[in-house]
Design a protein around this ligand. Sequence first.
Ligand code: BTN
Length: 241
Amino acid sequence: MTLKQVDSTNTFLKNILSNSKPVPEGTVIMAEDQFAGRGQRDNVWHAEPGKNLTFSILLKPVFVDAQQQYDVTRVACLGVYDALKSILGDGLKVKWPNDIYYGNKKLGGMLIENILQGSQIKNSIIGIGLNINQNNFPEKAGNPTSVKQILQRDYDLKNILAEICKHIEAYYLQLKAEKVDFIRDTYLSRLYWLNEERQFRSNGEVFNGIIKGVTVNGLLLLAIGDTEKAFNFKEIEFLNK
Ligand code: BTN
């Protein structure tokens, strides 16, 4: 379903899940204009209307234990990665936990909201925002890029969306078929800064570390000197250069 204008496709999907009759797995809500897009860490997600992809996919991964919900994040990242890889080629990476990077710039991000029931995931709302045909970004917008900035041409949003859904579905079926190791290994192989010595900040302290992996439950594993330490999303910041 495409909406002309909505606050947030994630919020919209969450509302229809609680208000109306059952919503089928695989439902995709796309917005031409999302005027109150939500990002990670309570940030807002800005996207120029009509030029970018802002959408949410509903999955019902009841077969995934809540403790392993990060596997759903991996599936979403891999699907987006594969779809964009065929357009952009090398240079594309997944920045932990779920950003899509090209070189050192952010092409998009995800807000994944899982609704749990006991130890199961009842619904997973996978909200994805990707900069596609937008050429100019506000000064304060971090370090964004778009497909247009990279390739100097416009792309059809619906075509890219269809590719993304196709690839996410393929990985989702692998996860359903219990190919967890394949999903985890592939995710790791796409990771930005993997095995590179880089600078990070945690708790106000700047230090060098090497990304060694991501734990089963999604923590970032860093080698710092002779020790290994796992960080959650709020605890660690990547310092660019
Ligand atoms: C981030 O990098 O901070 C995550 C951005 C996620 C944005 C998408 S756009 C579609 C969906 N609806 C929202 O309100 N947010 C996500």
